[in-house]
Ligand binder design. Structure first.
Ligand SMILES: NC(=O)c1ccc[n+]([C@@H]2O[C@H](COP(=O)([O-])OP(=O)(O)OC[C@H]3O[C@@H](n4cnc5c(N)ncnc54)[C@H](O)[C@@H]3O)[C@@H](O)[C@H]2O)c1
Ligand SMILES: O=P(O)(O)OC[C@H](O)CO
Length: 322
């Protein structure tokens, strides 16, 4: 039994640490040869997950053939912006687990990462999502996650990843699980803006509660089950990200309203909410579904709207029942 993890960023490394610490031979595929060599030499991912020792069963490599030879499955832990181009260039695995959080707008439709992996590879694909910060998972802090997909596949993921500090639930609502993971990143950007502007706890609680409503309205219209959005991959991940010191999405919102340039927001790692909100707004133009918070985030990030003006516009919306 061997597993390949595609993407040697924070999340790919944390998942590889989790599997290798269970004695499962795990290849960690890095795009750059120098990065794989540095990981092999130092037994640490200094750029993306500093301070975590790589277990003996973890083998970093930049050679796709070496990474994927004889694997049972490949775990996709790539940033969504690099997913399609990277997967096209790699040999196939028997089946896949997508750990990427993102949204793709193509041919008039929104697609989740596992749907894109499925279309590219023609193989069965499950998804893993939840309140899972790499920095904590790799340090074996207690964590729960959701393996979503056809039941048999979800159960295989559950069995593979479960351990004393990582509890995995199954779900057959893969689309709902992945939509929650993508949407919460947009809401985390907004939460970071509230933090950056020091608007207070009331404002943040209101934003997240109304944001959750927005997630449910959008997610159910897109085929997810309502209960999924109140579970680990929806509400759970929203809370973890919006209140986290680790979160790149929350941090990016905070840094943006404090004057940092858009181009610098990914200096500390990928900020998926920046891409998800673009895909969502491109899709919304065709449907007209009301997504006031996501729209405000888009306008602040990409159209230079003053965040305080965006807030005033949200506060001045037509009065309504909760
Ligand atoms: N970090 C977390 O705690 C966490 C948890 C759950 C899910 N995720 C998701 O996992 C995915 C990866 O996130 P991460 O935190 O590992 O990102 P990261 O910023 O830590 O690392 C990104 C990795 O992708 C590589 N990369 C960048 N551009 C690339 C390209 N064009 N082609 C190929 N590789 C490229 C980088 O070299 C790096 O290895 C994201 O979708 C994220 O939402 C992250
Ligand atoms: O650091 P972030 O904002 O990408 O969040 C990481 C994970 O998605 C949390 O579950």
């Amino acid at each position: 039994m061997k597993v390949a993890i595609l993407g040697a960023g924070a999340w790919g490394t944390a998942l590889a640490v989790l599997l290798a610490s269970k004695g499962i031979p795990t290849a960690l595929w890095a795009r750059r040869k120098e990065q794989a060599e540095a990981l092999r030499a130092s037994r640490e991912n200094k750029d993306y997950l500093p301070g975590v020792a790589l277990p003996a069963y973890l083998y970093p490599t930049a050679d796709p053939e070496e990474a994927l030879e004889g694997v049972e499955l490949a775990v996709v832990a790539l940033p969504s912006k690099a997913l399609e181009e990277t997967l096209r260039a790699l040999p196939l695995a028997p089946w896949y687990l997508s750990a990427t959080k993102g949204l793709f707008f193509k041919e008039g439709r929104l697609h989740t990462p596992s749907e894109v992996v499925e279309a590219l590879t023609g193989r069965s694909v499950a998804a893993l999502s939840g309140p899972n910060h790499a920095e904590e998972v790799a340090r074996f802090l207690p964590t729960a996650s959701v393996a979503a997909g056809p039941l048999e596949l979800a159960k295989r993921v559950q069995e593979l990843f479960s351990g004393p500090t990582f509890r995995v639930y199954t779900s057959q609502d893969r689309r709902g699980v992945e939509l929650g993971g993508a949407l919460k990143n947009i809401l985390a950007l907004a939460a970071g803006m509230v933090d950056g502007l020091r608007l207070g706890d009331n404002a943040k609680a209101a934003l997240l509660t109304r944001g959750l409503r927005e997630m449910v309205r959008f997610g159910t219209a897109q085929g997810g089950e309502e209960a999924t959005f109140y579970g680990l991959s929806g509400l759970g991940d929203l809370l973890a990200t919006a209140y986290s010191l680790h979160s790149r999405n929350r941090g990016a919102g905070e840094r943006l309203v404090r004057g940092e340039a858009l181009e610098r927001l990914e200096d500390r790692g990928v900020v998926e909410g920046l891409y998800a909100v673009k895909a969502l707004m491109a899709w919304r133009e065709r449907t007209g579904l009301e997504l006031p918070i996501a729209e405000a985030v888009y306008q602040v990030v990409y159209e230079g709207l003053d965040p305080l003006k965006a807030l005033s516009a949200l506060m001045a919306r037509e009065p309504k029942a909760e």
